[in-house]
Design a protein around this ligand. Structure first.
Ligand SMILES: *Cc1c(COP(=O)(O)O)cnc(C)c1O
Length: 355
């Protein structure tokens, strides 16, 4: 039976990407060797790397003055690496606390400088995006563009007049972004960009080299920029799969087309959550995420019955995050609307049986 993959991350990849990956594991670029067993200095690999850089720049319209890196360590490493490279001990960084991931990023930044809370939705279980922000005296404002755990998403960039640092792990390539408002953007690949193992970082070059501390060579962004992300052995397979995924995004109309596709999927599901008396959405309507919809049943005791019906229809990965409960349906770029249609039809069938 066809599976409908709603996992939050690691998450769905396009079928075509999986097939091409499968071929490259045996014979990469006609070399008779696997992509995993060739030198990263070989011309065939260097061409792949160049392709990954140019696709990133093209899809996200990255302007001059910005540099792209493919690093390891996940978005979690960027929590500290961003602060280490951008924040001096006497500086103040502004942080918007919209849940699990932002809270973790705040903890790490506090190791390197001062942190000011410029807005938080902690008072209401992270169910909304704070809009009144107090960014006075801060060097930059860090925000999490899409809150994978709680299902909220910034619909507009934070309204501040300092540069932004964005964790876009779960909505990169899902819509257009004004890069010029940012000093730094980072994302772990395993939600909307590829598999786990590579982290995309985009930095404004002029924001670097301003801190006084000594930075270990491999943690200094300038090292990776100067070596084209090949200072040490890059994670070739995750970069390769991410490159194929970006090519797929491009072939399917680019980021603009992804946004339309994602809006249609999200609208379909949220309409049913609002229409169906048995279900309720967890977050403020105007802040709902296009990527991760968090919702539940008014009557919790029916939770397992609904999961059973969903499983029978081929749906996987809709159990809510352990800290939130209920259900979470993640609808990243690679998901077809057909999968959301199946989920909605199960919700309708469920309400006929239990309503
Ligand atoms: C998943 C996620 C992270 C953590 O990513 P890792 O690559 O596992 O470190 C950070 N931020 C957001 C918004 C996420 O969704």
């Amino acid at each position: 039976m066809k599976k409908h993959n709603f996992y939050a991350g690691p998450a769905i990849l396009p079928e075509e990407v999986k097939r091409k990956t499968s071929d490259s594991l045996i014979d990469f670029a006609g070399m008779g060797l696997s992509v995993m067993e060739i030198s990263h200095r070989s011309p065939q690999w260097v061409a792949c790397m160049e392709n990954a850089f140019s696709l990133t720049s093209e899809l996200l319209c990255i302007p001059d003055g910005y540099k792209v890196m493919f690093l390891t360590g996940g978005a979690s490493s960027q929590f500290y690496m961003s602060a280490m490279n951008l924040l001096d001990e006497s500086d103040v960084a502004g942080y918007i606390n919209t849940g699990t991931w932002s809270a973790k990023s705040i903890k790490e930044a506090e190791l390197f400088g001062k942190v000011k809370n410029v807005g938080s939705s902690k008072d209401d279980k992270y169910s909304y995006i704070p809009k009144k922000l107090d960014s006075e005296g801060v060097k930059y404002v860090h925000y999490t563009s899409n809150n994978t755990v709680f299902g909220t998403q910034f619909q507009e960039l934070p309204d501040v007049d300092v540069p932004l640092v964005g964790d876009m792990s779960s909505d990169i390539f899902s819509r257009e972004v004004d890069i010029t408002r940012h000093d730094l953007i980072y994302c772990g690949a395993q939600k909307n960009m590829g598999p786990a193992g590579v982290t995309l970082v985009i930095v404004k070059e002029s924001a670097l080299g301003k801190v006084k501390r000594n930075i270990p060579t491999i943690l200094d962004y300038r090292t990776h920029i100067s070596k084209g992300s090949m200072f040490n052995t890059p994670p070739v397979l995750p970069i390769y799969i991410s490159m194929l995924t970006m090519q797929w995004v491009k072939d399917n109309g680019g980021v603009k087309a992804m946004k339309l596709r994602n809006e249609a999927k999200a609208q379909l599901l949220y309409n049913e959550i609002d229409r169906n008396d048995l279900f309720n959405g967890f977050v403020a309507k105007e802040d709902r995420s296009m990527m991760n919809a968090c919702f539940g049943l008014h009557d919790d005791s029916n939770q397992d019955a609904f999961l059973d019906m969903a499983t029978e229809a081929g749906i996987v990965g809709i159990q809510g995050h352990r800290s939130v409960g209920g259900f979470r349906a993640s609808m990243y770029n690679a998901m077809d609307i057909e999968s959301v249609e199946v989920l909605v039809s199960v919700m309708k069938a469920f309400s006929e049986k239990y309503g």
